[in-house]
Design a protein around this ligand. Structure first.
Ligand code: NAD
Ligand code: ZN
Length: 358
């Protein structure tokens, strides 16, 4: 098991525990903060036994615990459901000395994190991510957000949970689609590290698909530690953190054009391959590295392309909040492990998408 403390500024540090069996550490870590009381917010998709384990572990430590289920999935990321969470917090008597434990997928964590960061200007917070994507990515980094109309993640805060407990054994029982979906972020993290890491993923892909406990433990620890390393260097996304958007410009557009019927993971997988192919044109990225990336994604059960008309994808890209005010700036690899932020004209993107669609 790995434990890291991610210190962002004097006031806030996140204790992140990651590895098989990490969940057993939660009660002790929460009790260590001596909260007045605890509110557990649970994703309705999470198996009841897991939520009960969390609650019982806290109660056994003598903590005052209340619990509630709040809608899981992307629908929870609305101001209306955040308002519902604020009401639950008030009804449970939460003060700034209390603590919220969010147990669920990335959507539930994002909504809970936003609610916790704004309730009384900030209540203490613990995350227990329960999907592959939430473990490999969303639970780490201190960003949260809700969606407004068609604008995904438009409103949110930077707010670090005090505790993040990431237990890969939870992934063993996930439905296939939710299990597979998060691996596109793992491949993205591997691409940031270099070709060697992507090849490594390729060699263990079979064991990942078979949900081998030791391999899942290793893969999730790798993904978390890579993200921690990036966030440590650039918490507020002034520089290198933007590299985490690799694959997400096209990925986000695919999600929008599909009306969110294509999942985040599938959209990002297709986005990674599409953006890598753009990098071959713009930065001379080697073709064989694009193939390596695509093979790793395929072996992990993810798609490598999704076809939509280029004009619709570009219209959707223009709706990306990152490009609200100007030209697209996209992180692209010169080669795996070596990225730069490239500013492009919209025409270049249209031409390239048209070429890809042929
Ligand atoms: N804050 C960040 O840095 C960050 C990073 C990446 C993604 N995200 C956000 O994360 C969200 C996607 O998260 P996600 O992929 O975890 O999907 P999700 O949270 O929408 O969950 C997908 C489905 O899985 C169910 N579920 C959750 N845990 C389960 C379990 N253990 N067993 C069975 N079902 C379970 C949920 O109820 C939901 O129906 C997006 O909104 C994205 O914007 C945030
Ligand atoms: Zn993502």
């Amino acid at each position: 098991m790995d434990e890291v403390t991610l210190t962002l500024h004097e006031e806030r540090a996140a204790r992140i525990v990651v590895g098989s069996g990490a969940l057993s550490r939660l009660p002790g870590l929460v009790a260590g903060l001596d909260p007045l009381n605890v509110l557990v917010l649970a994703d309705p998709g999470v198996p009841g036994e897991l939520v009960n384990d969390v609650i019982n572990g806290l109660v056994d430590r003598g903590l005052r615990v209340s619990a509630s289920t709040v809608g899981g999935g992307e629908d929870v990321k609305t101001i209306r459901s955040v308002e519902n969470i604020w009401r639950l917090m008030a009804a449970s008597g939460l003060t700034r000395r209390s603590l919220v434990v969010a147990v669920g997928g990335g959507s539930l964590l994002d909504a809970s994190g936003f609610a916790a960061s704004t309730y009384m200007r900030g209540v203490r917070l613990a995350y227990v991510p329960t999907t592959t994507l939430a473990q490999a990515d969303a639970a780490v980094g201190g960003k949260n957000a809700v969606d407004i109309d068609g604008w995904k993640n438009l409103v949110g805060t930077f707010y670090h949970p005090d505790i993040v407990v990431i237990d890969p054994t939870i992934l063993a029982s996930l439905p296939h689609r939710i299990f597979v979906d998060g691996f596109s972020e793992v491949v993205k993290h591997a691409a940031l590290r270099g070709a060697g890491r992507v090849s490594w993923l390729l060699t263990i892909a079979g064991a990942v698909r078979a949900r081998d406990e030791g391999v899942l433990d290793e893969v999730i620890r790798f993904s978390v530690m890579t993200k921690v390393d990036v966030i440590r260097r650039d918490y507020k996304e002034k520089g290198i953190r933007a590299l985490l958007n690799f694959g997400h410009t096209v990925g986000h557009a695919i999600e929008v054009v599909s009306g969110y019927r294509v999942s985040h993971g599938a959209a990002v997988a297709a986005g990674l391959v599409a953006e890598a192919s753009l990098a071959t044109k713009v930065l001379g990225m080697p073709e064989d590295e694009v193939s390596l990336l695509a093979t790793a994604l395929t072996e992990l059960g993810l798609p490598t392309s999704v076809s939509y008309p280029p004009e619709r994808l570009v219209s959707a890209m223009k709706l990306d909040k990152k490009f609200l005010n100007g030209k697209p700036r996209i992180p692209l690899p010169r080669r795996l492990g070596e990225f730069e932020i490239v500013e492009l004209d919209w025409e270049v993107i249209v031409d390239w998408l048209t070429e890809l669609a042929r």
